[in-house]
Design a protein around this ligand. Structure first.
Ligand code: HEC
Ligand code: HEC
Ligand code: HEC
Ligand code: HEC
Length: 256
């Protein structure tokens, strides 16, 4: 290696390592973040060093004729699991297992249910899965094909579309007329903004699926790209759209 090449190689190392550190900071993007697959030991790294490629591809993307599928130039094999929805005595929403995973949620679960390796992309079949035995420190969130112990997703959000959230944008729900059985005025309607992230409204993070109405998904709470994420810098980076501090993410919607 001549001197010039060596210097530029060193330069690349220096630049990429400083970006890698920045990527762990909330709001600083995918590169170097928890969703940068190249940074994990044991993973088949991308031969071209790409970061987006584990999820997206400019060509030959997955296509589907399944209603409600959202495949933004998707390059990662999808899980085929059918999940059991959340249920409780007090939930007002109706969640259908058939439509629950529409939108971004199905994409998340192509890694987070542990059935497909995270380093799978293009023609590469990866080997590292998010399962209980993987040594990642976390099990996938739906190990038993169930999302019944997870915050509900996949239901129509806003009362204006026949969904559950009937509360006011700000202020006291007692100013709102009593809601009917399928509604809850203690949940803010979709025009409300995320706490500590006021550029973003709840409706911006809902997905219009095959029902033709906006449903709640994993991406209503999380930002997979670590760009709109505002979680406290000193906390575990959960890619949240409002901070976990003081449970602001929960208080964005729940008037409790
Ligand atoms: C770990 C998987 C993953 C990686 C890596 C990733 N994305 Fe995404 N991307 C997603 C998911 C999931 C969605 C749909 C969810 C959403 O919109 O929040 C999405 C949606 C998108 C969209 C369409 C919606 C929008 O926000 O505009 C664009 C554009 C996009 N990604 C670009 C990129 C680029 C560019 C990169 C690399 C810098 C990248 N993504 C890396 C998972 C990923
Ligand atoms: C290409 C695979 C892949 C996709 C697609 C993907 N993730 Fe991840 N995700 C990972 C990996 C790998 C980790 C790191 C796991 C760990 O540290 O235990 C991770 C970590 C996370 C974390 C942080 C966990 C922690 O321990 O702090 C959250 C939150 C998360 N993902 C949410 C999502 C959401 C929401 C989506 C869809 C919008 C999504 N992910 C899509 C692979 C993926
Ligand atoms: C109502 C908001 C909300 C929804 C919807 C949601 N999450 Fe989370 N998630 C959180 C919060 C908050 C945390 C931080 C951990 C905590 O507070 O206990 C978290 C943590 C995580 C983690 C890391 C911790 C762990 O237990 O593994 C992953 C991975 C994750 N979420 C993925 C997902 C996926 C995939 C979906 C969709 C199936 C989803 N989340 C839907 C709020 C949500
Ligand atoms: C984007 C808005 C939103 C966010 C953020 C959010 N929730 Fe929810 N949550 C809802 C909606 C809507 C329901 C469905 C309520 C229903 O149908 O009765 C729900 C359901 C629940 C339920 C089940 C209620 C029942 O009757 O069984 C609990 C508990 C809950 N949320 C707690 C939380 C916690 C804790 C957080 C923060 C980690 C959180 N939520 C974040 C909107 C949200």
């Amino acid at each position: 290696m001549n001197k010039k090449m060596m210097l530029s190689a060193l330069g690349i190392v220096a630049v990429s390592s400083s970006i890698a550190i920045a990527g762990t900071t909330p709001g600083s993007g995918v590169l170097g973040s928890i969703h940068d697959m190249n940074k994990y030991a044991g993973v088949t790294v991308d031969t071209q060093g790409r970061v987006c490629a584990f999820c997206h591809t400019p060509h030959h993307a997955l296509t589907s004729t399944t209603a409600g599928d959202y495949l933004p130039l998707w390059s990662h094999t999808l899980a085929t699991t059918t999940y059991q929805p959340y249920a409780s005595a007090t939930i007002d929403s109706t969640i259908s297992a058939a439509t629950m995973m529409e939108g971004p949620s199905k994409l998340c679960m192509s890694c987070h249910d542990g059935s497909v390796a995270v380093d799978t992309h293009y023609a590469t079949t990866g080997a590292v899965t998010l399962n209980a035995k993987d040594g990642w420190g976390q099990a996938g969130i739906a190990q038993t094909s169930s999302l019944s112990n997870d915050h509900p997703i996949g239901f129509v959000f806003d009362a204006s579309e026949g969904g559950v959230a009937a509360g006011p944008v700000t202020g006291d729900p007692s100013t709102v007329a009593p809601s009917d059985a399928g509604q809850d005025k203690w949940i803010r309607n979709k025009e409300a903004t995320y706490l500590s992230n006021t550029a973003l409204k709840i409706k911006d993070r809902l997905y219009t699926g095959s029902l033709g109405k906006q449903i709640m998904t994993c991406a209503t709470c999380h930002d997979v790209h670590n760009k709109k994420n505002v979680d406290a810098a000193n906390a575990t980076n959960y890619l949240l759209l409002s901070p976990n501090l003081d449970s602001q993410i929960c208080l964005t919607c729940h008037i409790k």
